[in-house]
Design a protein around this ligand. Structure first.
Ligand code: ADP
Ligand code: ASP
Ligand code: MG
Length: 407
């Protein structure tokens, strides 16, 4: 007998038919003699709809009240799925995040899971119940409900798998696994049989929304193997695990992130300590900075550019604008929101120096201008105009994956 965690995303539980489809998957697993803990997201676009509703009432609603609202989405899908499972004649109980023992940090809207107290879930398993847990939520030390950030249900599932020592953690979604690019956008995207934690973590962090990046981080930390698969077609999916021998794959995927804005501080005095001043000020205000580029100094000044997420753009500009820019001795702060980050990820590139050139050539052939570049051992990212982003993903993907992988 195994303990299996099965997570179902929003489209997998979107309506009555989908709920019964999920109830069928879950009860078949249970009927084989397994213990099953299910994690659900809110149905379909419920979370987006709730956010829109909140905006109608108050554009600047507090994060605490937003979490009170958003946690309701998962409460609905968990109870409805439990009702479908009941209807099929199986013992089931649905639990909210706090009932299932999810204790989080206090950060409303982006809480971190501190621990999952296993007692209640263990009791329900001992009673032979199937458990349906609301994803994406927990409770903080003020006894308030919190949410884990968009896409957070994946992390809820992995946290349960770790806390309950599950044998298997399956992430059911609306595509058949992890592909070499978003299969809805790139028609020749190929399904990967397996991918390493490190590569999946990069892909997820660089925009491939199929798995939330924190869930991959946690899976790596606790050594939880994940299977990403479709709730619709029931074919084997993609395994995410420690080391993967990928038949000489140079890269494992191409990802796109449109939640990027570029900020440039123009004419900063070219002397030591300025970068430190700027970035420590941003860090003190909890602003995460991604790609950083500093121009070569000329006439005693230099330009410093970096990227932030859209939600951090306004606070960044407010912090850096005059009088701060003047204090630094800089001329102006400018920004550009119409950009995107396109990345290739692959452990194979460590031993193949031509990867960057190949990517840049594909962009050059498509007449796409690169604005910034950033690399690590297993990824190369470029910043380009947002209008070019989908085309860039396609031409890069074609260069690396069509005509079987060439090195
Ligand atoms: P869920 O609601 O099940 O959590 P998500 O919408 O969060 O589903 O994630 C699944 C979506 O991720 C797919 O529909 C697909 O469009 C998108 N996606 C982006 N990049 C990839 C990729 N490399 N492989 C698979 N899916 C991807
Ligand atoms: N319902 C939440 C969201 O839409 C959490 C999730 O789906 O994972 O972001
Ligand atoms: Mg998701």
């Amino acid at each position: 007998m195994a303990l299996i965690v099965q997570k179902f995303g929003g489209s997998s539980v979107a309506n009555k038919d989908r709920l019964f489809n999920v109830a069928d998957i879950v009860t078949r697993t249970y009927a084989k003699g397994n213990k099953v803990i299910v994690v659900v997201s809110a149905q379909g676009d419920t979370t987006d709809d709730l956010i829109a509703k909140a905006k109608e009432v108050n554009e600047d609603a507090s994060k605490r009240e937003m979490d009170m609202l958003l946690t309701a989405g998962e409460q609905m899908s968990a109870s409805l799925l439990a009702m479908a499972i009941e209807k099929l004649g199986y013992p089931v109980v649905s639990l909210l995040g706090w009932q299932a023992g999810f204790v989080t940090s206090t950060a409303y809207g982006s809480a971190r899971i501190k621990r999952v107290e296993p007692d209640r879930m263990q009791k329900e398993l001992d009673k032979k119940n199937i458990i349906v847990v609301t994803g994406f939520q927990g409770i903080n030390r003020y006894d308030d409900m919190t949410t884990l950030g968009r896409g957070g249900s994946d992390t809820s599932a992995v946290a349960i798998a770790a806390a309950m020592h599950a044998d298997l953690c399956q992430i059911y979604t609306d595509v058949e696994g992890v592909y070499t690019a978003d299969p809805r956008k790139v028609k020749n995207a190929q399904k990967l049989e397996a991918i390493s934690y490190d590569e999946m973590l990069e892909l997820a962090s660089l925009g491939a929304q199929v798995l939330n990046n924190r869930s991959v981080e946690m899976a790596k930390k606790y050594g939880i193997e994940l299977e990403v698969l479709s709730s619709m077609t029931r074919k084997p999916g993609t395994i995410v695990k420690e080391a993967v021998k990928m038949e000489e794959m140079l890269i494992s995927g191409v990802a796109k992130d449109e939640d990027v804005a570029r900020v440039s501080i123009i004419g900063v005095p070219d002397r030591p300590g300025l970068a430190f001043k700027i970035f420590s000020k941003l860090a003190a205000n909890n602003i995460n900075v991604d790609i950083i580029l500093q121009s070569v100094g000329r006439n005693g000044t230099k330009d410093i550019s970096f990227t932030v997420s859209h939600s951090n753009l306004k606070p960044t500009i407010e912090l850096l604008n005059t009088p701060y820019a003047e204090q630094l001795g800089a001329n102006t702060v400018v920004y550009d929101e119409n950009i995107a980050k396109v990345s290739v990820v692959g452990a194979g590139m460590e031993s193949h120096p031509g990867t960057a050139a190949k990517m840049f050539e594909a962009l050059f052939d498509a007449n796409i201008n690169i604005r910034m570049i950033s690399t690590s051992e297993i990824k190369i990212s470029v910043l380009i105009d947002r209008a070019d982003a989908d085309r860039a993903v396609s031409v890069i993907h074609e260069r690396f994956f069509d005509k079987t992988q060439q090195h």
